[in-house]
Design a binder for this molecule. Structure first.
Ligand code: NAD
Ligand code: ZN
Length: 346
């Protein structure tokens, strides 16, 4: 079969590799039907994630069909169409029992396309399949379902639920990439009064409006603090979600939040950000952060089936497997391509 293989910083190839095989009774093998590329894959390619070794098949967002099941798999059969979650976890360790799958102590956690081969290939091994895959109803498309592998649970759990978005809230989302836009979609489930999105790219702000933001702010040009204050009687936002991952945007979030409000950090930070405790303590600001656990995936799937998640327009480009290298080029250059999520399918 063929797969997208990391060759060391700056190098990737769509190349012939051995078919995956069951290695543990809890594994399944899927035929990959649809798969996406994530910003994390670009971080890995940039050499920012040294644990990922050359030779690794990348990718952690896929929908596929089960073609083989390990002897210990109880809930899946050959032919099942499944969503493979970005977090693959044992389900029985102390963290998994609390739904903190990302911290799994039993050999799982954030491993697909990281510590074990991922899903950007024609077939893939999914460890701990009973817990890490979800059977898909016929009426859910591959294209919508694959967005529930990572960006939806990430924005929902680490952004909207950690930030405790409530009806009537003013929610600010800094960063309108796929994660920030998915935060718009999932914040709307809680009927906030305002969703204000800040980004430095006008195309991303247009997308934010399409997904349901009522106000957008162009970073570097508009004045975010004035906009937020004018909509909140001078107080600031109830919830601010950080979806970029830079010290500047994190600090911006802490200035936009109202006394007693919440800042939910989702962005992955490569550099330390300054935490102004001298200001935040007296304003009773709550700050949360975290890695996605995907405990919310079954609920998100129910909402998708019920038509409550508006995910149209998230996939902007579609390619066949043989065009995987082009798909990466398009995803890596959103300024020119206008890409949000790029889908590669059979
Ligand atoms: P992305 O790069 O596609 O989007 C980031 C957006 O931020 C872009 O639209 C960009 O224009 C904007 N931006 C950059 N600098 C800005 C600035 N100074 N002011 C305003 N906007 C600015 O990334 P994404 O895929 O949407 O992911 C967002 C973040 O979430 C990343 O840091 C990613 O690593 C992180 N992430 C976290 C988790 C988790 O479990 N916590 C999971 C997945 C991704
Ligand atoms: Zn575990």
């Amino acid at each position: 079969m063929r797969g997208l293989v990391y060759g060391g910083p700056g190098t990737r190839s769509w190349t012939e590799i051995p078919d995956p095989a069951i290695q543990d009774p809890r594994d399944v093998i899927i035929q990959v039907d649809a798969v996406t590329i994530c910003g994390t894959d670009l971080h890995i390619l940039g050499g920012d994630v040294p644990e990922v070794e050359p030779g690794r098949v990348l990718g952690h967002e896929a929908v596929g069909t089960v073609v083989e099941t390990g002897s210990g798999v109880g809930g899946l059969a050959t032919g099942d169409r499944v969503l493979a979650s970005c977090i693959s976890a044992c389900g029985i360790c102390r963290y998994c029992r609390e739904g903190a799958y990302g911290q799994c102590l039993g050999g799982g956690g954030w491993i697909l396309g990281h510590l074990v081969d991922g899903v950007q290939s024609e077939f893939a091994r999914i460890p701990f399949a009973d817990l890490s895959t979800y059977r898909l109803p016929d009426r859910v498309s591959n294209e919508s379902a694959v967005l529930l592998a990572d960006i939806l649970p990430t924005s929902y759990e680490v952004g909207v639920l950690n930030g405790r978005v409530r009806p009537g809230d003013t929610v600010v989302i800094v960063g309108a990439g796929p994660i920030g836009l998915a935060a718009v979609v999932t914040a709307r489930l809680y009927s906030p009064a305002h969703i204000i999105v800040i980004d430095k790219a006008t195309s991303r702000l247009q997308a934010a409006k399409m997904f349901g933001a009522d106000t957008t702010v162009l970073a570097g040009l508009d004045e975010p603090l004035e906009t937020v204050r004018s909509l909140t009687g001078g107080l600031g936002a109830d919830v601010v979600i950080e979806a970029v991952g830079t010290p500047q945007t994190f600090e911006l979030c802490t200035t936009l939040v109202r006394p007693g409000g919440r800042v939910a950090n989702v962005g992955v930070h490569g550099k330390p950000a300054t935490l102004h405790l001298e200001d935040l303590w007296i304003r009773n600001v709550t700050i949360t952060t975290g890695l996605v656990d995907t405990y919310s995936t079954p609920k998100l799937l129910d909402m998708l089936v019920a038509g409550q998640l508006d995910l149209g327009h998230m996939v902007t480009h579609r390619f066949g497997f043989e065009e995987f290298m082009t798909a990466y080029d398009v995803f890596a250059d959103p300024t020119h391509s206008g890409a949000l999520k790029v889908l590669v399918h059979r």
